[in-house]
Design a binder for this molecule. Structure first.
Ligand SMILES: [Zn+2]
Length: 338
């Protein structure tokens, strides 16, 4: 089964750029940024030794600190983008929507940040032609609304010149911080001007915010852990898929075990859903492994995995021609694996 899943031309719709860098990829990145045999690089490698598959959650998040450091320059950011795409391509992901919060520091502005990421996506597409890549600009809800407004206006600006790559806005960040209603004007303006919205929703128990988010609407819902039965009916009626990230939810503790993951309720309710990794590097997983977990935990068979992939094609922010291309790749795969 795992071989079948590894070969399956998968579709990844919920992947944070920084979180998608594994320890071995961070090592590759460190080598590029600091240079081989430099003191900084050797020091970085020494700090990596303690991480393994059973790393505790705090250690998982410690990895973010390295990412922050390694992507704080133009060179680091460009390589980080390329390596994230390389890793998805190696897992036979045929389409990925990366999301990232445009950042500003002494090396780049938010506009330059987006520019480097978009350019790096373009060059990675030439290097890894089998994978199609799109970008969502993330709003971090823990940051001020003014930053969200800037992110939306930059995304709209890039959508004019690089509309084949920049397709939407993501709302993410610590769900206990920030008020959703404060971000509504920025999100509405993005949507009215053609950007798609993927919103982290119902990650924690907060029924009034969930209601507000569902009333506002979204193209896709990130996590949806605390959606009620009525909410699921709403998702089904409005054809809004929940982006399910099994390992991320269990490792970060919002879901107590794989068996209790809400993917089960979504399948029973026949509500729209897609399987995603969230932060494959932080949580040490791949999309193939997430599918494998779903087959092992919920008994999904091969054709259900194909159907889930078709659902992901349908809910992606790709153009209809691009969706057609993805479905053809799936058909070709099915011919080879009847
Ligand atoms: Zn996420």
């Amino acid at each position: 089964m795992l071989d079948f899943l590894k070969e399956l031309p998968k579709v990844e719709l919920h992947a944070h750029l920084n979180g998608s860098l594994s320890i071995s990829t961070l090592r590759d990145l460190g080598e590029k940024v600091y240079g081989e045999n430099t003191e900084e690089f050797l020091e970085l490698c020494a700090r990596f030794i303690k991480f393994d598959r059973n790393s505790k959650l705090e250690e998982c998040f410690e990895k973010f600190a390295f990412v922050h450091e390694l992507t704080s320059t133009e060179k680091g950011l460009r390589y980080a983008t390329e390596f994230a795409i390389r890793d998805f391509a190696q897992d036979n992901v045929q389409y990925v929507e990366l999301r990232t919060t445009p950042k500003a520091n002494s090396h780049y502005t938010r506009r330059e940040y987006l520019h480097y990421v978009v350019e790096s996506i373009r060059s990675a597409q030439t290097k890894y032609p089998k994978i199609m890549v799109k970008l969502l600009a993330s709003i971090n809800r823990a940051e001020p609304v003014a930053v969200a407004e800037e992110t939306v206006s930059l995304a709209l600006e890039f959508a004019k010149t690089d509309g084949d790559i920049v397709v939407g806005i993501d709302l993410s960040g610590n769900p206990a911080r920030g008020k959703f209603s404060d971000f509504i004007p920025a999100l509405r303006s993005a949507r009215e001007q053609g950007l798609k919205l993927a919103i982290h929703c119902a990650e924690i128990e907060n029924p009034s915010e969930i209601k507000e988010m569902l009333a506002f609407g979204m193209s896709r819902c990130g996590h949806g852990t605390y959606l009620s039965k009525d909410d699921l009916t709403h998702m089904k009626r409005h054809n809004i898929p929940v982006e399910c990230c099994l390992t991320s939810n269990v490792k970060s503790g919002t879901v107590s075990s794989y068996e209790e993951h809400h993917l089960k309720q979504l399948m029973e309710a026949e509500a729209p859903k897609v399987l995603c990794t969230d932060d494959s590097g932080v949580f040490d997983t791949t999309l193939s492994m997430e599918f494998h977990l779903a087959t092992q935990t919920f008994g999904l068979n091969r054709s259900q995995c194909i159907e889930l992939t078709k659902e992901a094609v349908h809910h992606s922010f790709a153009s209809s021609e691009e969706k057609q291309k993805m479905l053809i790749k799936l058909e070709e795969f099915l011919k080879r694996n009847p």
